[in-house]
Design a protein. Structure first.
Length: 299
């Protein structure tokens, strides 16, 4: 609808629209967050958590509507037909740009529960969104440099403790937990620095997913393996808002988690950790092959 506008104007208009939409839905969300804070029991808090997730879902759906109708990108989404809005899912995805979040919202919109995802602790200070993420029980992860860990070894494993505590809060509510296993957005510089064995991916980090599986157990309906491909190359969020992202391909595979990975100890059992890392490595190798195939298909 607005694609006739010059890209800088279109981007500015879209950013303003999304900002107003975010403030609109955040206001009642803050009210629910306050009521949740004052709730006397776990069951009542769970009820307010569902209300907060419903408001967040409405915000997400309206953002998608604006993108679909004003930007008209072409989405090719596969494998989401049999999901359950009341289920519990663990999602792993490759990560290339901030656009991945909007793409995932589009892919799972009202087909699965609203996303919970792990955020860097600094993002709690993002205006409006930081407080909203906190009220939605998003876990904030504090990353430590290698030098800091050498000086303070007691800090090792803090992120894993945060993962466990967050997943325990999700036990009684519909939830889709999103995990970008690479831990950061893909760039060629990071790829070379890691000496990644994959062509299109960084090395995966398995610890967070292992703890999520252990904390939620077999209540999880499925592991959803998501592969996102931008046939014209990954671009930044501004480029998406300016209409420069024309096509996105999303492939979702529903996988069965091996039973042993629900109950083993990733932290204490070296043999279990080795088997789990091998499983994740194979999952990532398969994803690397799928990315290559989807790029060839799109070309």
């Amino acid at each position: 609808m607005l694609r006739f506008l010059p890209a800088p104007v279109l981007g500015t208009v879209m950013m303003l629209i999304l900002a107003v939409n975010t403030v609109f839905w955040s206001t009642p969300l803050y009210v629910v967050a306050l009521l949740k804070l004052l709730a006397p029991t776990r069951s009542v808090r769970d009820r307010f958590s569902r209300m907060a997730a419903s408001l967040a879902q409405n915000w997400s759906s309206s953002c998608i509507w604006f993108a679909d109708n004003f930007l008209s990108p072409q989405f090719d989404i596969r494998g989401v037909e049999n999901l359950d809005i009341h289920g519990q899912y663990l999602v792993c995805s490759n990560h290339q740009s901030w656009n991945d979040i909007l793409v995932l919202f589009k892919s799972f919109d009202r087909r699965a529960p609203f996303f919970k995802f792990f955020l860097k602790q600094q993002l709690i200070w993002v205006p409006v969104l930081g407080l909203a993420w906190w009220s939605l029980d998003y876990p904030f992860m504090k990353r430590y440099s290698a030098a800091t860990l050498r000086k303070h070894p007691e800090l090792r494993g803090r992120d894993l403790e945060t993962t466990r505590a967050a997943c325990e809060r999700y036990q009684n509510v519909p939830v889709t937990i999103l995990n970008f296993l690479e831990g950061t957005r893909f760039t060629l510089a990071k790829h070379d620095q890691q000496a990644s064995p994959y062509r299109y991916l960084l090395k995966p980090k398995a610890g967070g997913m292992a703890l999520a599986l252990s904390a939620l157990g077999e209540r999880i309906n499925s592991l959803l393996d998501v592969t996102i491909v931008y046939p014209e190359g990954a671009r930044g969020f501004w480029d998406f808002m300016a209409g420069r992202v024309r096509r996105v391909v999303v492939e979702v595979r529903t996988l069965t988690v091996p039973h042993e990975f629900y109950s083993g100890s990733y932290e204490e059992d070296a043999e279990f950790r080795k088997r789990f890392q091998a499983w994740i490595a194979q999952l990532w190798a398969d994803k690397d092959v799928r990315i290559a195939a989807l790029l060839r298909e799109s070309a």
